[in-house]
Design a protein around this ligand. Structure first.
Ligand SMILES: Nc1ncnc2c1ncn2[C@@H]1O[C@H](COP(=O)(O)OP(=O)(O)OP(=O)(O)O)[C@@H](O)[C@H]1O
Length: 207
């Protein structure tokens, strides 16, 4: 089966120094990969590289057979949850999810199901900035599942989430993979990685 994502011998330089050197990674349909490593090991940089937001100085990244590019075609297949997104003034939690689902076309869950799955029903009519950190993180994660995708890139999805919701997230990610999606996440939460059945890829700082 064709890999959803392959990265070979990737090098990324930032500020004139190598941040990633000789990094390789693959993820196929139905697979969850957890990138782990200490602070500064380069996990976020690798995720950005896989998302086409950082260009490797050396090596090769292919997503669905093509180098990642910041194009509409690429983002049709790839859903990313990293830094907190910019929230639209005047749009509620429900409307943010509806916006994503409308623009990308209906996804794995309708917005009502997502509001329930992410425990956001009681917050659906509020603006995201009036929610707690963990609740806002749940909106960001829900937005990745109300749209179609074949690859989910998550940078520290556990950020701000309580223990019970981390368990639920593991179930949601397993379900995404069971339906043929590939997940690559950078995480410090080994329990989450284990609960997902993720394959671990450890990064060591390049400097
Ligand atoms: N714009 C930049 N310019 C120079 N160096 C950078 C830049 N961004 C990141 N770095 C450096 O790259 C290294 C990797 O950073 P990165 O954020 O990828 O690590 P991380 O593994 O995600 O860390 P954490 O676990 O703290 O989130 C760090 O040493 C960081 O200082």
């Amino acid at each position: 089966m064709e890999a959803t994502l392959t990265a070979c011998d990737v090098r990324v330089d930032l500020g004139g120094q190598a941040v990633l050197r000789g990094v390789g990674l693959t993820a196929g349909p139905g697979e969850i990969v957890a990138v782990i490593g200490e602070n500064g090991a380069g996990k976020s940089t690798l995720l950005r590289c896989l998302a086409g937001l950082e260009i490797p100085a050396d090596g090769r990244v292919l997503v669905l057979g093509e180098p990642p590019a910041d194009t509409a075609g690429f983002w049709r297949e790839v859903a990313l949850a990293g830094d907190e997104p910019a929230w639209y003034p005047g749009l509620s939690v429900r409307e943010h999810l509806e916006l994503v689902a409308t623009v990308h076309g209906g996804g794995r869950m309708d917005t009502g199901t997502a509001l329930t799955a992410f425990d956001l029903e009681g917050r659906a009519d509020l603006h995201p900035l009036t929610l707690s950190t963990g609740q806002r993180q749940r909106v960001s994660l829900a937005a990745t599942l109300v749209r179609p995708s074949r690859l989910l890139l998550l940078d520290e999805p556990e950020r701000g989430l309580d223990a019970a919701f981390r368990d639920r997230l593991a179930d949601l990610l397993r379900e995404y993979a069971t339906r043929g999606g590939a997940v690559v996440m950078a995480t410090h939460d080994l329990a989450l990685a284990e609960a997902c059945g993720a394959r671990l890829v450890r990064l060591e700082a390049a400097r």
